[in-house]
Design a protein around this ligand. Structure first.
Ligand code: FES
Length: 72
């Protein structure tokens, strides 16, 4: 399913990025281009990323997205 229509970013792409080590939303934005145009997708993209992180990193509490700027 498309999360970001402006930049054709899917939930699968976000999950794959998290699996490959993307741990901040800024990094995700840089790598995939999500939320780089109108920004309407940001809240949903962050939610998909948080879900992916809790699935891929089970030690991380549910719903936590590491603050931008932390090393990946
Ligand atoms: S829908 Fe993602 S930037 Fe517009």
């Amino acid at each position: 399913m498309y999360v970001c229509i402006c930049n054709s970013v899917t939930d699968h792409a976000i999950r794959r990025a998290v699996r490959q080590g993307t741990l901040s939303f800024e990094q995700l934005r840089f790598e995939l281009g999500v939320s780089r145009s109108c920004g309407r997708c940001e809240e949903h993209a962050r939610s998909v990323m948080a879900e992916a992180m809790s699935n891929e990193l089970p030690g991380l509490p549910a719903g936590v997205v590491l603050p931008d700027g932390l090393p990946a």
